[in-house]
Ligand binder design. Structure first.
Ligand code: SF4
Ligand code: SF4
Length: 230
């Protein structure tokens, strides 16, 4: 039988960036939807290695996925323009990464993935062979049996994807194979990684899928774009 696990786990640390952030924080709202961090940081030109952080207060977080989808669609042009701005800007890549990691940490604290699970309902994670072997073993199936029951070839890249969405292992917004889930699931929404500037198209496309990405992107626009020197 599958063991039902909480969808989030503070112990799931990602290591490839060296940044101690995890996917899917198990975080409950503490103060409603408004972030009240005392983090003010510096304005547009920080010391080397410091995040680009503004002094003004955080916006109210948007957590309703329907509203997020509407807003992401309405703001698609502006979001694309911000992507182009960031790619062409002379802001330091490291400073941008620190800012994104900072925002990711703070926004993730306020959003409970178990109230959402939208990525598991709408995004196909890519499974590598090691993921397939691990899941098959956990489910006491042969690799071939696992493949024939759950997987399809990934038409876009190497690897496999779950044949159906929502993910067959999602039950009541919880991942039933949490400790054995694919590495792509562990990484999502990928904001802890380095070189955000080179990944910004991925964040742009996840704005309409993931409340964490949507809110990080919105705050990033506020902090790096609308205050830029003109
Ligand atoms: S879509 Fe984003 S907020 Fe929702 S469960 Fe996935 S990672 Fe968490
Ligand atoms: S295995 Fe399925 S339910 Fe679990 S995290 Fe991945 S997509 Fe979500």
């Amino acid at each position: 039988m599958l063991a039902t696990k909480a969808f989030n786990a503070d112990s799931d640390l990602e290591s490839d960036s060296g940044h101690p952030l995890n996917l899917h924080f198990r975080n409950k709202k503490k103060n409603g939807n408004s972030l009240t961090s005392g983090s003010t940081g510096s304005p547009i030109n920080p010391a080397p290695g410091e995040p680009y952080r503004s002094a003004f207060r955080y916006m109210r977080l948007e957590t309703d996925i329907k509203r997020i989808q509407q807003l992401a669609q309405q703001r698609e042009e502006a979001n694309w323009a911000f992507r182009c701005f960031l790619k062409g800007s002379d802001l330091s890549i490291r400073g941008i990464d620190f800012t994104v990691h900072d925002l990711y940490r703070e926004v993730s604290r306020e959003i409970d993935c178990t109230n959402c699970a939208n990525c598991c309902k709408t995004v196909h994670p890519v499974l590598k062979p090691a993921d397939v072997r691990r899941l098959a073993k956990h489910l006491e199936l042969s690799v071939n049996e696992f493949r024939s029951r759950f997987l399809a070839d990934n038409p876009e890249r190497e690897g496999s994807v779950f044949r159906n969405l929502p993910c067959p292992f999602l039950q009541d917004n919880l991942c039933t194979v949490y400790d054995h889930r694919p590495s792509d699931c562990r990484s999502y929404p990928h904001l802890y990684k380095r070189d955000f500037v080179f990944r910004i198209s991925q964040a742009f496309s996840n704005c309409s899928v993931c409340p964490i990405v949507f809110n990080v992107y919105e705050q990033l626009k506020r902090e790096l774009w609308r205050q830029r020197p003109r």
